[in-house]
Design a protein around this ligand. Structure first.
Ligand code: LHQ
Length: 259
């Protein structure tokens, strides 16, 4: 059974983590397959992607059955992050298209933080986000300390990370950690509708928006004004900008090509 499923759709793709009996936790093979699937998006010119999980959960982070050290061996988890998790998060942040995460159930450990690294997070009402790391003596990784602190502030970030308390999807939405919560059986329809909308949108412009908002985390206002100038210059040169203005003036729906 493939540990990651890739399904091309009209203009976008659906990527499904597919180790449901292990709550889609990551082993090396799943890391490789997911990296390949993300590269394929660019190669095929897809204009959006949905990332979800098979079965009742989204992802339970690292497969801990790979991480038992009965012989007393001392692992280098930093090397694991360098080789597998950090490249994955960087790849998602650098993808020049909207990455929708449809969180279909529990998201724990690196699975929670993988979801939070995506551009738009939709969650089924039954979802719980769990910073499980503290329960096994680890630190939130895959960008978790960054996402939680930026989106929630230090008080909530520390409490979630130190207690590993499950955060229900509705609370995550109310706190601004994710975009929207919906009924479990509505999740995938909503995700597909949004992906289809993005697949017909000005893709280059959306990629520039993503770049600008991500840069705002570390830029001051002055640097951000300069960046907006540069990105707007680039956006203004796209065919889609021309088409958007023409369609507005002609009172018709625009036909964006993503260029
Ligand atoms: C699992 C897992 C799992 C294996 C459920 N592994 N089997 C980075 C760098 C390097 C190393 C270390 O880690 C990291 C990053 C990390 O992600 S660290 C955090 C790793 N994840 C966790 O600690 C979460 C562990 N899982 C859980 O706490 C629970 O399974 C949650 C709360 C996610 C779900 O609980 P339940 O809904 O009660 O499900 P369950 O526990 O019964 O799990 C269902 C099955 O999935 C079960 O297998 P079984 O054969 O008994 O049915 C679990 O063993 C398996 N599973 N997570 N991470």
């Amino acid at each position: 059974m493939d540990s990651v499923l890739y399904e091309p759709r009209e203009g976008y793709a659906l990527i499904t983590l597919n180790r449901p009996d292990k709550l889609n936790s990551f082993n090396e093979e799943m890391h490789s397959r997911l990296a390949e699937a993300l590269d394929r998006l660019r190669d095929e010119g897809r204009r959006a992607v949905i990332l979800t999980g098979a079965g009742r959960g989204f992802c339970a982070g690292q497969d801990l059955s790979d991480r038992n050290f009965p012989t007393g061996e001392v692992p280098d988890l930093g090397a694991t992050l360098d080789r597998l998790y950090n490249p994955l998060v960087r790849k998602i942040r650098a993808l020049e298209l909207p990455v929708i995460c449809a969180v279909n159930g529990v998201a724990a450990g690196a699975g929670a933080n993988l979801a939070l690294a995506c551009d738009i997070v939709l969650a089924a009402r039954s979802t719980k986000f769990i910073q499980a790391f503290a329960k096994i003596g680890l630190v939130p990784d895959s960008g978790g300390t960054w996402s939680l602190t930026r989106l929630l502030g230090e008080a909530r970030a520390k409490a979630l990370a130190m207690t590993a308390a499950p955060l229900p999807a509705e609370q995550a939405e109310a706190w601004g950690l994710i975009w929207r919560t919906m009924d479990d059986d509505a999740l995938m329809d909503e995700a597909h509708a949004l992906a289809a909308q993005f697949a017909a949108a000005p893709t280059r412009g959306l990629a520039l928006i993503k770049q600008a908002i991500q840069a705002a985390a570390t830029n001051d206002m002055d640097a951000q004004l300069d960046l907006e100038r540069d990105l707007q210059r680039e956006a203004g040169r796209t065919t889609d900008y021309r088409e958007g203005v023409a369609a507005f003036l002609e009172k018709r729906a625009p036909k964006f090509t993503g260029r």
